[in-house]
Design a protein around this ligand. Structure first.
Ligand code: CP3
Length: 338
């Protein structure tokens, strides 16, 4: 078993950082489109363990990566709580019945992981039987899930979600508490099924003000990660983390994924040498020439230092990304020696 990822997460010395990337399975790979067509729909793909396992493995066949991430989506738990989820071509995820009034929260049920989301656990079991790299489990953080559940879809400003929080703070806190309970149990079930590490995606928390980040994002992300303490290393990711670097460690994760706007050397100085970080190449840099990718990769590795760094993009890889750019990034990381 390749243990580079777990060594880096433990802060042990490594000769080069481990490399994997968020959304490493997906639309930039032609073979993904073939399997997705076979599944009939994106959600169908998430819910068919042999096909979900197949797309998880596809990037590992192309690139010598040091970690895998189970193929799924952060919005599967809200669907298991009773919301009607669809992925609309060109629009992304859509809930046809968003939570817009306080009374709408009564529609939500507390799901049983084993009964309402058994597919992801089955996919994990299929994968760990054949992988020789650690497998990440993941989940959306309570604030980010609540934002989608209230908004009903992606949004530039999440105005319905934020307005709900400002108008109905007690009900919003109740929703976040329920989501923290679900996500904590869900992450724990993924680790018990065989995942070696877990990542919490709080993609939209970076859109909050300082006090709202501390009120609506941090405490619930912390609660979601707590059941995993001592069981598996836990990473916390938020897009646009920069403004919150001084407070984010209140989440009490074991490591932090940094988006590309963050100066990784400054982050290491602020967090201290014992807090591992992951990141943080701009995903759009992969559209550039190989030489530029190589320089950027090496400058990030140099700035992050020899211990406690996992190489990754600063956000997920996009659907139009050239495969040659991904290959150049992975090779540049693998060529590095401390
Ligand atoms: O990293 C991996 O390889 C695992 C798979 C993974 C997916 N979604 C597959 C996916 C992961 C880790 C996610 C997380 C996710 N999903 C997040 C958090 C991370 C982030 O990128 O900020 C969010 C916010 C979502 C919600 C979501 N799911 C959106 C906004 C979209 C549409 C994206 C778009 O560009 O259209 C999805 C759909 C989705 N999830 C796809 C994939 C491969 C594309 C679906 C398709 O095949 O059409």
């Amino acid at each position: 078993m390749n243990d580079l990822l777990l060594k880096a997460l433990a802060g042990e010395p490594v000769e080069r950082p481990p490399v994997w990337f968020m959304r490493q399975a997906g639309r930039y790979l032609p073979e993904y489109h073939v399997t997705r067509a076979e599944a009939g729909s994106f959600l169908g793909l998430c819910r068919k363990p042999p096909l979900a396992a197949e797309v998880t493995l596809q990037p590992l066949r192309r690139f010598p990566l040091d970690a895998s991430i189970v193929f799924n989506d952060i919005l599967v738990p809200p669907a298991a709580m009773g919301m009607d989820l669809d992925f609309v071509q060109g629009k992304g995820p859509v809930f046809s019945d968003p939570l817009r009034e306080v009374a709408d929260l009564d529609r939500l049920k507390m799901p049983s992981i084993a009964e309402d989301m058994p597919e992801v656990l089955e996919t994990i079991r299929l994968l760990v039987a054949q992988l020789d790299v650690p497998l990440f489990g993941f989940c959306g953080a309570p604030f980010t899930l609540a934002a989608y559940m209230i908004e009903g879809s992606g949004s530039k400003d999440f105005r319905h979600a934020k307005a709900f929080a400002y108008k109905h703070p007690a009900a919003f806190a109740r929703l976040l508490d329920m989501l923290a309970e679900v996500t904590g149990q869900y992450l724990l079930a993924q680790v018990e099924a065989g995942c070696a590490a877990a990542q919490l995606f709080d993609t939209w928390a970076g859109d909050l003000s300082q006090d709202d980040f501390q009120r609506w994002a941090l405490p619930y992300a912390k609660k979601a990660l707590a059941p995993l303490a001592g069981k598996a290393p836990r990473l916390y990711f938020s897009r646009n983390m920069g403004p919150f670097m001084g407070v984010v460690q209140q989440v009490e994760a074991d490591a932090y994924a940094l988006d590309w706007r963050v100066d990784i050397a400054a982050a290491r100085k602020l967090f201290g040498p014992d807090v591992p970080v992951m990141g943080n190449l701009d995903p759009i840099a992969l559209f550039g020439p190989d030489e530029l990718i190589r320089e950027k990769v090496h400058s990030i590795i140099r700035a992050a230092g020899p211990r406690g760094h996992i190489f990754n993009l600063g956000h997920g890889v996009g659907p139009h990304t050239p495969i040659a750019g991904v290959k150049a990034m992975v090779e540049a990381v693998r060529d590095w020696r401390w």
